[in-house]
Design a protein around this ligand. Structure first.
Ligand SMILES: Cc1ncc(COP(=O)(O)O)c(C=O)c1O
Length: 364
């Protein structure tokens, strides 16, 4: 956080440094433009219509989202080009919601199985506008996605089910390694996997115009090649994990939870009024403790309770005074944002705006 903390905040609160966040958004948009990539940021990290508009104004083509309800929230906020970057398995209710969505926005959905493609095709059949599909391939994260060579078979099933197949995507989650080599390797894996997927789609007589990759750790590793669309999410705020793995600098951290020191039970320990119900409980193997206190770099959050963070100090190091406020940078920013009603927007030490977390809890 570049700015000083505002005074008199009711804590805990999530604050966003407007200048740092805007800088992160602008730099990513410029880098994508310069590299010839379409930028379709993943909105699960901010879930906020204000930030989505900033990304779109800066040149993002549309948004990636994780769920149908995130897509609905951003569609209501006026975003008209959305990619649900995950396979979905629509029941009757979800089928109806997908059709309604597709009537109002350009909608693209991930598919990674023949059965899933058929089910999605059945779900959206008869809608006013065609739904586009991207075949998800696994580039090494071992989450969702078929082997790249199987993209043709899934794509064909999607096309036969009435979907408009436009290409493939992958999520390089294995780029979250400590060494720069992990990111480099994951970026190369994406390039290779999407190249093979494109070939398999074309061999099946399908289009492979959209080859979408990129997460915050790998996005800076791109060179002009196969990939033509990027979907970073966390870069908007960054977090302690991105700092630890070297994806961002301390000056790029745009979001923190502001907490009050509510107890100093011992000289080497203090307790903050922020716990897992605000910070989330995601842990990163690369972050010491459960978050970062930039003003007290030697302090370690050793445990998070629901409403308390217990912080330890090395012998002889002074901590903050009882009643003072401190900033805590979360290990992984997406969960705290999802737990908050609003983001307090801060500039030059003042709260200048309050932005609702538009798609808070939109998990269905
Ligand atoms: C499918 C997909 N695309 C893009 C992203 C964005 O990556 P990151 O959060 O590393 O910025 C994610 C994150 O989980 C994802 O699941």
């Amino acid at each position: 956080m570049a700015t000083q903390l505002p005074e008199g905040l009711a804590t805990p609160a999530l604050v966003v440094d407007l200048d740092v966040m805007t800088g992160n958004v602008t730099r990513m948009a410029e880098a994508s433009r310069a590299g010839g990539f379409t930028l379709r940021p993943h909105a699960k990290s901010h879930k906020c219509a204000h930030i989505a508009r900033l990304q779109l104004r800066s040149g993002a083509r549309g948004l990636s989202v994780a769920t149908i309800s995130e897509a609905e929230a951003f569609a209501r906020a006026g975003v008209d080009d959305l990619f649900i970057a995950s396979p979905v398995w629509p029941d009757a209710g979800k089928a109806q919601r997908l059709r309604r969505l597709a009537d109002g926005v350009a909608l693209r959905v991930g598919v990674d199985s023949v059965a899933g493609a058929r089910r999605l095709g059945d779900a959206v059949r008869g809608g006013a506008r065609p739904v586009e599909a991207l075949v998800e391939v696994d580039s090494g994260a071992r989450r969702t996605g078929v082997p790249p060579q199987a993209a043709g078979e899934v794509g064909q099933a999607a096309a036969e089910a009435g979907l408009r197949v436009v290409g493939a995507f992958t999520f390089p989650g294995h780029g979250y390694g400590h060494a720069p080599e992990a990111r480099e390797r994951a970026a190369r894996d994406e390039e290779r996997a999407l190249g093979e997927a494109a070939e398999a789609l074309r061999d099946a007589g399908l289009e492979a115009g959209v080859l979408s990759g990129g997460s915050t750790p790998t996005v800076g590793r791109w060179r002009p090649g196969t990939v033509n669309e990027l979907r970073p999410g966390v870069y908007v705020f960054n977090d302690a994990t991105q700092l630890a793995i070297g994806t961002c600098a301390a000056g790029d951290l745009a979001l923190a939870a502001v907490a009050t020191v509510i107890s100093v039970p011992a000289p080497d320990r203090f307790v903050l009024d922020v716990g897992s119900k605000v910070l989330g409980s995601d842990r990163s193997p690369w972050v010491r403790g459960r978050g970062l206190l930039p003003a007290f770099p030697e302090a370690t959050i050793t445990s998070l309770w629901e409403h308390h963070a217990v912080v330890r100090l090395p012998a002889g190091v002074r901590g903050p005074a009882l009643g003072s406020t401190v900033a805590v940078v979360p290990s992984h920013v997406c969960t705290p944002v999802n737990l908050a009603d609003e983001l307090l927007v801060v500039q030059h030490g003042e709260v200048v705006d309050r932005w609702p977390v538009t798609a808070r809890g939109a998990n269905t």
